[in-house]
Unconditional design. Structure first.
Length: 92
């Protein structure tokens, strides 16, 4: 496989896996205060709604990062093909 394609693939995979890892850590860290606050009966409902909103927004952000990464990968693939850079036969 051409080195430039290899580099493109490595960057794409690193961003995708990085987003997954950061999202996982973010959700676990964010869960800590939500878990504790939900134990307070007087605010439990409010906290659950806030947690739901947080989880939805955070999920959307990480989904967007992955979608942009996928689109950038497609654009890079197209740009390389248009520039005449070839993949090796074994890379296809």
């Amino acid at each position: 496989m051409s080195r430039i394609y290899t580099l493109k693939d490595i960057v794409h995979q690193a961003v995708d896996e990085g987003a997954n890892t950061v999202e996982d850590v973010h959700q676990r860290v964010a869960a800590l205060p939500f878990d504790q606050l939900e134990r307070i009966a007087a605010i439990e409902g409010l906290v659950r709604r806030a947690r739901g909103f947080h989880d939805q927004v955070a999920g959307t952000v990480y989904d967007t990062v992955r979608a942009v990464n996928a689109r950038v990968d497609e654009l890079a693939e197209d740009a390389l093909a248009r520039s005449g850079v070839q993949r090796d036969e074994a890379g296809d």
